[in-house]
Design a protein around this ligand. Structure first.
Ligand code: CTP
Length: 397
């Protein structure tokens, strides 16, 4: 067996917090970033400290928070240089209208603006302000200038604001910011590749109100779609039932039955470079779907089932088949059954997992099976498993 593929640190981030009511959301953002594996150094403006305390941010980030230009705890006395040189990126969230105006002018009158000016890493800015402030031509001029200077603007979002008005200007939710930061840090290993992914559970109707389905949540397939998009791929997600929110920037096609999913895959498979079958596709459907509700009559009910087409096997046997990856969820003899499936369906790569460890969970432990053998991955969030799987695929390609 090959050694376990290890999880890496996601990246080193300076999180700048400026003065605005959305500063309270920075607490949740730090928590999510740290959970996702980022090393987060918080720097606050003195205005930000009016909205949320440095103690809260220190507790969540696990590091002292810097506010002051003249902080004596930095050994060389130059915190603006020291902090920005250790970062892979600076994220300012929330970024007030005033702070963005300062960035445009290259002003450096506090620690955060100085380290932004002194940076040699990328700068991401998440604006947060009242909608009139956002719409003001001065702010719009500043935003355009920041973009022209190569600064990434994340958001803002639209919706109800702290002042009670409704419109554009809210800071993006912490989950959305995390997704964008993840995308920023992900190497574009799949740039130029087209990937088709199936995900979720199929549903086979028996009558107008009853169906055969399964417990797949779609979390793994959606995580792969997100990771593939982050790695620069053009993603089409063909989904069965799932309550997971689709990643932005991908094409999603909703399907219900295995037959619908098969048709959607076959209509979109041409020109795809990679096909990843994550969906839990029903192997059988009812021979005939009753048009009226089935009534209980006798003590036994027999429903005749017929086999559905195996989408993955059919794609893998196409003349110009894309690089095909299958999943196998087993309850016993995991590697033996999974490797047999890989060979039967003629797949270059198969992901084996135990059904009881994977179904519905946010985490998974999987083993990648290819012609070189088994590569177990450490148990990790499905988002992390998705990245490691795609890095392996990029390596194989
Ligand atoms: N798959 C598919 N179309 C089907 C059935 C499965 O594309 N009609 C894909 C799944 O998305 C997954 C893999 O094939 O990638 C699962 O293989 P399979 O042998 O069908 O798994 P099970 O149905 O669990 O098989 P078994 O019941 O024999 O264990």
């Amino acid at each position: 067996m090959q050694p376990t593929i290890e999880k890496k640190i996601a990246g080193k981030l300076v999180l700048g917090i400026t003065g605005g009511i959305a500063a309270y959301k920075a607490a949740e953002l730090v928590r999510l970033l740290v959970k996702a594996g980022f090393d987060v150094q918080v720097v606050m403006t003195s205005a930000a400290c009016q909205f949320i305390t440095p103690v809260t941010m220190q507790a969540l980030s696990g590091k002292p928070v810097f506010i002051d230009m003249w902080d004596s705890s930095i050994s060389n006395g130059m915190p603006h240089i020291e902090l920005s040189r250790h970062a892979d990126a600076i994220l300012v969230a929330p970024a007030s209208a005033d702070f963005m105006a300062k960035l445009v002018q290259g002003r450096a009158d506090d620690l955060l603006s100085t380290l932004c000016l002194a940076r040699d890493c990328s700068l991401l800015v998440a604006p947060a302000m009242n909608k009139q402030m956002w719409e003001n031509p001065a702010t719009q001029r500043n935003i355009n200038q920041l973009k022209a200077d190569g600064i990434s603007i994340l958001g803002p979002d639209s919706g109800e604001q702290a002042c009670g008005e409704i419109g554009l200007g809210r800071m993006l939710e912490p989950e959305s910011l995390l997704a964008l930061v993840n995308a920023h840090f992900t190497p574009k290993l799949l740039a130029g590749k087209r990937i088709l992914i199936t995900a979720g559970a199929t549903l086979e109707m028996l009558d107008p109100v009853r169906a055969i389905t399964n417990l797949s949540s779609g979390k793994m397939g959606y995580a792969i779609a997100q990771a593939a998009a982050d790695m620069g791929a053009e993603v089409t997600l063909i989904s069965g039932a799932s309550s997971v929110t689709a990643p932005s920037g991908i094409r999603k096609i909703d399907t219900i039955s295995a037959n619908e999913m098969y048709d959607a895959v076959m209509n979109n498979i041409i020109k795809q470079d990679i096909f990843i079958a994550v969906a839990a596709v029903a192997d059988y459907r009812a021979v005939s779907q009753e048009s009226e509700k089935i009534k209980k009559k006798s003590s036994m009910l027999t429903i005749e089932l017929t086999r559905n087409k195996d989408i993955l096997a059919e794609v893998a046997s196409l003349p110009n088949a894309p690089f095909c990856i299958g999943f196998a969820a087993e309850t016993e003899n995991l590697l033996e059954y999974a490797e047999a499936k890989r060979q039967l369906k003629k797949l270059p790569l198969l992901v084996a997992n135990l059904a009881n460890e994977a179904l519905g969970s946010d985490e998974n432990s999987v083993t990648l099976l290819d012609k070189n053998g088994a590569h177990p991955l450490a148990r990790a969030p499905k988002t992390e498993v998705a990245k490691l799987l795609l890095m392996h695929v990029a390596g194989m390609l």
